[in-house]
Design a protein around this ligand. Structure first.
Ligand SMILES: Nc1nc2c(ncn2[C@@H]2O[C@H](COP(=O)(O)O[C@H]3[C@@H](O)[C@H](n4cnc5c(=O)[nH]c(N)nc54)O[C@@H]3COP(=O)(O)O)[C@@H](O)[C@H]2O)c(=O)[nH]1
Length: 534
């Protein structure tokens, strides 16, 4: 497949993925939200239901307590009172007295006395307790309607019972669960469940039913609420309708941003590659003054990019772009090819310094040392002292490996400088990690010089530090005679800046080196007066 088409397909895929991302994440979010919403509704329904069941239990136990007054009284004496109490109190199907496991008397008119087992249509639970309650499927008198029985047994074999009709609870449960098609059930102890709601017969394709179970803190009552898959699907659709337009807008925005980013990324890479092939890059050289020799003793190579239409792209822009887009290695290789061509006919003395900027990515590249050795080989007839300037624009990773590479290059005479010293956060760690020869003071510190006698503490500290570490110091960005004199007075030997010379083309440099290169730096009379303002 042609590389351009592959690149376009790749870009399309990334844009599609960027567009799909908010939709995928959003869908996951809506599913989670639907589960959460339904769970909240289940919790709230269970709470209401338990509270109602607890109120009924309170009534049941109050009734049992009030029956205590009929202790020792024969049934024929209290039957009327029981009937009155059972009829006038809400919820109750029947109330009565027990004698051992037999129903001794009852408020229910016409109920045949029999055993407790017969009345509740099952064995009474073995709880070992004097007080117990149980949900039951029905009673002998009303076998098809659930109920809840409350029992208190006294040590002498007498006891009291009260049966609350389950219909009250069922109506209440239906009122809570109907609108949401919930299936609700409630049990007192291990009794029969009192349930309402239909079991979902057709399973939802995407959502399983969600069950929530809880128990009362006051009574042995448990509640089970099953939300069918269709209910979850309904809650999900509701969230989706709110969320979908937002996700769609976000998705479109992300696609536009990704497309722009890719466009820029692809175009910077392509443009730089095209510019290398089209020889749009040139090298300018900025002379460096040696204050000891009182003449120019070197130059820094600085890349320039001019488009075919004459537009000049600033180095800080295209160097950063090349670093960001993985093009700095090919660009620096191109730079050293151009330098090798330029310097063929330079007329400089052996030992002339030639500085080139090297980016972190290139230092980490496996072919960095061989790239530099090839360059040394190409320009060896000039007997330059080549200096590699390391900046902190991007962090140098794997410092030990890089240090070994630099040591290998130093063994063949290449020098190493830290550029823009003091501006990044690693200046000091670079001093510890790498064997260095030069330290270039960033022009920000030089700009801070205000007078010869004044103090520039950070600048002075950097100069002193360099001397202590036996490093050569270069002051860069020197623009005024005051800055020059300040540095000279503090023993800074190498001076670079517009005051001495601006970066210039190869042809201009060759003329400049002949005419001005051997001369001491010239401070004009009117410049000198700036040093001593009246
Ligand atoms: N990895 C590479 N980096 C490079 C290369 N070529 C340039 N660069 C880096 O780009 C940044 C901007 O460079 P440039 O626009 O070329 O600016 C240089 C000088 O023109 C400028 N300078 C020099 N003297 C003065 C001065 O007196 N005043 C003033 N305002 N500016 C001055 O400073 C730049 C040189 O800086 P430095 O490299 O720190 O010595 C810049 O960071 C370059 O490093 C390249 O080929 N590869």
């Amino acid at each position: 497949m042609p590389p351009l088409k592959r690149k376009r397909d790749y870009a399309r895929l990334i844009i599609l993925l960027a567009g799909a991302l908010p939709l995928i994440l959003g869908t996951i979010f809506t599913v989670i939200d639907a589960h959460h919403t339904v769970r909240q509704q289940q919790v709230s329904a269970a709470k209401t239901l338990l509270s109602q069941a607890e109120k009924m239990s309170d009534s049941g136990w109050d009734m049992i307590t009030s029956l205590r007054k009929y202790h020792y009284q024969p049934c024929n004496q209290i039957e009327d009172k029981l009937q009155l109490a059972g009829t006038l109190s809400a919820y109750f199907r029947a109330i009565g007295k027990l004698k051992d496991d037999r129903v001794a008397c009852s408020s229910a008119y016409g109920l045949n006395p029999g055993s407790l087992k017969e009345m509740i249509m099952r064995d009474p639970p073995v709880t070992g307790r004097a007080w117990w309650s149980l949900s039951i499927a029905g009673t002998a008198g009303v076998p098809n309607r659930p109920a809840v029985i409350f029992v208190r047994q006294l040590p002498d074999g007498e006891g009291f019972w009260a049966v609350i009709d389950g219909q009250y609870l069922m109506d209440f449960m239906e009122a809570i669960g109907e609108s949401r098609s919930y299936q609700l059930s409630m049990r007192f102890n291990d009794g029969a469940p009192i349930s309402v709601g239909k079991v979902e017969t057709v399973k939802n394709r995407f959502f399983d039913a969600q069950t929530y179970q809880t128990t009362s803190l006051r009574y042995p009552i448990s509640v089970n609420i099953v939300a069918p898959g269709s209910e979850l699907a309904r809650a999900w659709r509701q969230v989706l309708f709110v969320f979908l337009p937002m996700a769609a807008i976000f998705s479109i925005l992300l696609m536009i941003l990704t497309a722009n980013w890719l466009q820029r990324r692809i175009s910077w890479r392509d443009e730089i590659r095209r510019a290398i092939n089209g020889r749009q890059f040139t090298v300018h050289y900025q002379p460096v003054y040696n204050d000891q020799l009182q003449r120019c003793s070197g130059a820094e190579a600085l890349m320039r990019w001019t488009l075919p239409n004459g537009t000049v792209i600033r180095p800080d822009i295209f160097i950063s772009a090349a670093e960001a887009e993985g093009m700095i290695v090919p660009l620096t290789r191109h730079l050293i090819e151009l330098i090798a061509e330029d310097v063929q006919d330079w007329e400089v003395e052996p030992g002339f310094h030639l500085a080139i900027n090297v980016a972190a990515e290139h230092l980490q590249h496996p072919e960095f040392v061989s790239d530099m050795l090839q360059f040394v080989e190409k320009v060896k007839h000039q007997q330059f002292v080549i200096t590699l300037e390391l900046t902190e624009r991007s962090l140098i990773k794997d410092g030990d490996a890089v240090a070994r590479k630099l040591d290998a290059l130093r063994e063949v005479g290449i020098k190493v400088a830290i550029d823009d010293f003091g501006t990044g956060h690693c200046s000091l760690s670079y001093l510890m990690t790498f064997s260095l020869d030069y330290l270039k003071i960033d022009r920000g510190f030089i700009n801070a010089i205000e007078s010869l006698g004044g103090e520039t503490p950070v600048l002075d500290a950097i100069i002193n530090l360099s001397f202590k570490l036996r490093l050569q110091v270069l002051g860069e960005g020197v623009e005024t005679p005051l800055q020059l004199l300040y540095l000279q007075q503090r023993g800074v030997v190498f001076i670079q800046g517009y005051y001495y010379a601006q970066p210039m083309s190869n042809s201009a440099l060759k003329i400049w080196l002949k005419e001005k290169g051997p001369l001491p730096i010239h401070v004009e009379d009117h410049d000198a007066s700036e040093l001593h303002p009246s």
